[in-house]
Design a protein around this ligand. Structure first.
Ligand code: SF4
Length: 343
């Protein structure tokens, strides 16, 4: 069933979010499921989607908290753009009264009143220009609109495009204000589902938000440093440590040749076998590009060497890649000051 307007899907209040995440009623369970599904579908860019109506966007605030935790801007943009398209599709439907289009405009900060006599939407020139700037196509330029006494009169298609742009801007602005540290506490009731989702992202081939630049071994997490040091000391690494090392080095940008060179220090080095294993893990001779395991998996296999490393002991640190990405960002000055103090 379609919504009838006046819905605000952007309430990210942590108390309300936690209540949905911990409640057992059917509606809350559906919202939780949709929050994960919305991100999954944006990742897979699949044509067969479960999240297809604007009503499904009740899950968007939870998805935003999860995305804040991931901090992957390309994925965030995909989710927000998909949500934008659902809103546009909904507001464009002739089943929706023009008054409801105006209601949605108000929610996202656009005063677009419906003028029944003209059968057009009326909005200020300032708002029209502010939100139309990112729309491509001559139809959305001011010069093609009917302008009278400081107001633009536009048809439904144009008005809906303006409202959807206001929606995008509002969602991004809400997202940017969500504190990353709090995102771990807020989404904690989702448990492993969030970690599994991030694993899927790492395997998806979607580009990471930041270019990790040159490989900087001084920023490797303790586990990776330990594997390298053990190998150099003549220790035969267990299979999982080798797998972690190869997949980690590949993800941070080392090429296969460099990884194989590193393995030459191993006591049981066999060039043919190592080349095969490296090419398999990096996806060169298999259909899968593998990711390193999560910290919890390494820990349960006695392969975590966190010692008293402060970053490893942060509540949100779940993955060796997170460790490296964080250190890289910190070094490049990309992290905001509040994070720099804590790392
Ligand atoms: S906490 Fe994670 S990143 Fe740190 S040493 Fe353990 S496995 Fe490696």
């Amino acid at each position: 069933m379609l919504s009838t307007g006046k819905e605000n899907y952007l309430d990210t209040d942590p108390v309300k979010i936690r209540s949905i995440l911990t409640s057992n009623d059917a509606e809350s369970q559906k919202i939780r499921h949709n929050a994960i599904q919305l991100i999954m579908e944006a990742m897979q860019d699949s044509a067969n989607r479960e999240i297809t109506t604007v009503d499904d966007l009740k899950c968007l605030p939870i998805s935003l908290w999860i995305l804040r935790r991931f901090d992957e801007s390309i994925l965030t943009a995909r989710v927000i753009n998909h949500s934008r398209d659902l809103l546009e599709q909904f507001l464009s439907s002739q089943k929706i009264l023009p008054e409801y289009v105006s209601d949605y405009g108000r929610i996202y900060g656009v005063a677009a009143e419906y003028d029944e006599l003209r059968a057009l939407f009326k909005m200020s020139i300032g708002q029209f220009v502010a939100y139309s700037s990112r729309l491509s196509g001559y139809r959305y330029r001011l010069v093609y609109q009917s302008v009278k006494r400081g107001f633009v009169y536009c048809d439904r298609e144009v008005a809906v495009k303006i409202i959807r742009e206001a929606f995008v801007r509002r969602v991004f602005s809400i997202f940017e204000k969500l504190p990353e540290d709090e995102s771990y506490t807020v989404t904690a009731p989702l448990g492993d589902r969030v970690d599994d989702l991030y694993e899927t992202f790492l395997r998806s081939g979607i580009k990471h938000s930041i270019d990790l630049g040159d490989v900087d071994a001084t920023l490797f997490p303790p586990c990776i440093k330990e594997y390298i040091s053990q190998m150099r000391d003549g220790v035969n690494l267990p299979h999982m440590a080798r797998f972690t090392l190869v997949s980690f080095l590949h993800k941070v940008g080392m090429d296969s040749k460099g990884i194989i060179e590193l393995f030459k220090t191993a006591p049981d080095f066999n060039e043919k076998m190592t080349t095969y294993q490296v090419n398999h893990v990096t996806g060169e001779i298999s259909s899968t590009e593998y990711s390193p395991p999560k910290c919890s998996v390494l820990r349960s296999n006695h392969l975590c060497y966190w010692g008293d490393d402060p970053l490893c002991h942060r509540e949100w640190l779940r993955h060796p890649m997170q460790y490296y990405t964080y250190k890289k960002r910190k070094k490049s000055g990309e992290l905001p000051l509040n994070k720099l103090k804590k790392g």
